[in-house]
Design a protein around this ligand. Structure first.
Ligand SMILES: [Zn+2]
Length: 118
């Protein structure tokens, strides 16, 4: 986010890839720590580099991030009631049914008028 610290970058910014041989297995082992931000900056940089060129690991990290976000959400709120939604929709259906009934009740009254038989 903030690039305030820009120290110790001597010489070539492009290091040879062989100096950071992070395999996909390693990345996915580090995924949890990476998402939690518990890795040293250097390692984070390496992981980020790998993610740029590896959609598989990138996807892995993203899914871990989403899982974490989900966990925090459900921990913060208490809206993980599975039955709540169904009850709500059932109640809505009931109220809709109430609104619909008068019209259907009205129909027989009109049909009971034999006006054309005079
Ligand atoms: Zn990978």
């Amino acid at each position: 986010m903030s690039a305030s610290r820009h120290s110790g970058e001597g010489g070539n910014p492009e290091e040879p890839i062989s100096s950071s041989p992070l395999r996909c297995e390693v990345i996915q082992e580090l995924a949890d720590l990476y998402v939690d931000g518990e890795l040293p900056e250097e390692t984070i940089a390496r992981v980020s580099k790998h993610l740029l060129g590896c959609p598989d690991c990138s996807f892995q990290i993203r899914s871990v991030e989403q899982a974490r976000g989900h966990l925090r959400d459900t921990c913060g709120k208490h809206e993980s009631n599975p039955g709540f939604r169904e009850r709500l929709s059932a109640r809505l259906h009931a109220e809709f049914a109430d609104h619909v009934t008068p019209e259907t009740v009205d129909l027989p009254g009109q049909l009971a008028l034999p006006d054309f038989r005079s």
